[in-house]
Write a protein that binds this ligand. Sequence first.
Ligand code: AMP
Ligand code: ZN
Length: 111
Amino acid sequence: MENCIFCKIVAGEIPSPRLYEDDKMIVIRDIEPKAKLHYLCIPKTHFAYLSEMDSEKAEILKYCFEKIAQIYPTLGLEQGYRVIINQGENGNQTVPHLHIHLLGGEKLKDF
Ligand code: AMP
Ligand code: ZN
């Protein structure tokens, strides 16, 4: 998708070190971390909102969650972590390419 910052990161047009990558997703560090460890799991396929969900996109998200469940210890999240998907205006979603925040590395405050 043109002008999508996360598509550009996926394509390597904006450099961002990948902590994990396969054919379906990447994991990068959030540029403005909201916790000691703050990662973004970004599917390589562009779609913006959960409301666009169909079986193909559901498969992509399922894959991402399965992979997160495998790799979280390699990210220093073995003591636990928080998963966030911001959606739309009221959810303060700033990048309209669906992504999963992973926060941890410390005891997080309630929200
Ligand atoms: P959201 O507000 O849920 O859409 O999350 C977007 C996140 O992307 C924010 O936490 C930003 O700090 C982060 N972000 C924006 N640009 C970059 C970038 N170039 N590299 C890494 N993280 C980024
Ligand atoms: Zn995109």
